[in-house]
Design a protein around this ligand. Structure first.
Ligand SMILES: *Cc1c(COP(=O)(O)O)cnc(C)c1O
Length: 383
């Protein structure tokens, strides 16, 4: 069966590398080798050095390209390695427009590293198209999106921004970590480069750190390949295998977690101790209809405000089931406290202006029984 005829869940299992051509083995072999013998100097081997190409990593790279519907895929040592490598498509003197509530590590990269290389950035509220248009400068070369954003799950209209960017000859990049290709395939909406922290839902088990990039076309793929090889930001063979192992169950994990997230969000909305709930699946979530147009689902991350920092700290101390940690997208539920974890480095006024209050917590819903999760939250919210 051709890949085009397969449904997403079938592609997750039958992605082309599922049977080893040499032995029939039922999983991609781990080619734990840094270099490859030249049997014939005039006909060098397909892979000659693992930074430049490793068969295990290549299987993963083809796998993610297939899932995102792109031309080429690339695997990196972390989400940040994927993001920093992608930004180096830009040159000194270039300018990029970035969503203001971008992942903290991306913000840090732009404001403390890339700025020194004279790559300039403007942060805008991408829910307001006018702000994006006004940020355009003669040297603007790219737009970087993240939707839904973290932790307040703001929605950017991907197709609207991508088509505007195309008119102006700008490269578009999108961090698709929260939705994964199961729910949202930005290349189909006109985006040039899709990026993942595969550490989250794609890996899914809080046991591997990895990043992935998919380019819409071959020419851009060749440029990313040159950077990946030149910078050496590659993912190891072991980690590539472990990530593929996790990705095969992406759809069932997402379905299970999402169903529970919807129930948990509705329950939280009715709880007197909760002031505000952020979940794109809720009827009153701002720009819900735009999200529904560009994504197949609402994901498994629910943020909510318990009113004060004091109450948030008590809640974090009382929950028994979720691990209290940074990160998200795993089989176990993960409860994070942005004010003291992911957004601790942000000045308090900036943080508050972005809705990241002292009482805001973020719940990444795992695969536990949802009624157990709710019961646990009920006792923890009794404060
Ligand atoms: C975690 C995360 C990253 C960074 O990925 P690492 O694998 O931790 O380097 C980037 N973007 C988003 C949205 C993330 O959640």
């Amino acid at each position: 069966m051709a890949h085009e005829d397969k449904q997403f869940s079938t592609k997750l299992i039958h992605f082309g590398g599922e049977i080893d051509k040499a032995t029939g083995a039922s999983s991609v072999p781990i080619y734990q080798a840094s270099t490859f013998h030249h049997f014939d100097l005039d006909n060098p081997p397909a892979h000659d050095y693992s930074r430049s190409g490793n068969p295990t990593r290549e299987a993963l790279e083809n796998y993610i390209a297939l899932l995102e519907g792109g031309a080429r895929g690339f695997a990196f040592a972390s989400g940040m390695a994927a993001i920093s490598t992608s930004f180096l498509l830009l040159s000194a003197g270039d300018h990029v427009i970035v969503t203001e509530d971008v992942y903290g590590g991306t913000y840090r990269l732009l404001t403390t590293v890339l700025n020194r290389l004279n790559i300039d950035s403007t942060f805008v509220d991408m829910t307001d198209f006018e702000q994006v248009k006004q940020a355009l400068q003669p040297n603007t070369k790219a737009v970087f999106m993240e939707t839904p954003s973290n932790p307040t799950l703001k929605i950017t209209d991907i197709a609207e921004i991508a088509s505007w960017a195309k008119e102006h000859g700008l490269l578009t990049m999108l961090d698709n970590t929260f939705m994964t290709p199961y729910h949202q395939r930005p290349i189909e909406l006109g985006v040039d480069i899709v990026i993942h922290s595969a550490t989250k839902f794609l890996g899914g088990h809080s046991d591997v750190l990895a990043g992935l990039v998919v380019t819409a076309d071959e020419a851009l793929g060749r440029r990313v390949k040159q950077l990946q090889n030149g910078l050496g930001t590659v993912l190891s063979a072991q980690e590539s295998w472990l990530l593929m192992r996790g990705m095969k169950t992406l759809q069932v994990r997402m379905e299970g977690s999402e169903k529970s997230a919807a129930k948990l969000a509705a329950w939280l909305q009715d709880h007197p101790g909760v002031e505000k709930v952020y979940y794109p699946g809720l009827d009153d979530h701002p720009r819900r209809e735009i999200h529904a147009k560009q994504s197949k689902g609402f994901g498994a991350v629910v943020s909510f405000d318990v009113g004060s920092g004091e109450r948030a700290r008590k809640l974090l101390g009382k929950v028994k089931l979720p691990i209290v940690a940074v990160s998200l997208g795993a089989v176990e539920s993960i409860l994070s406290y942005p004010a003291m974890m992911s957004h601790a480095a942000m000045p308090r006024e900036v943080r508050l202006a972005r809705g990241i209050t002292d009482g805001l917590v973020r719940y990444s819903v795992g695969l536990e029984d949802v009624d157990d999760l709710i019961r646990d939250l009920a006792q923890a919210l009794d404060i």
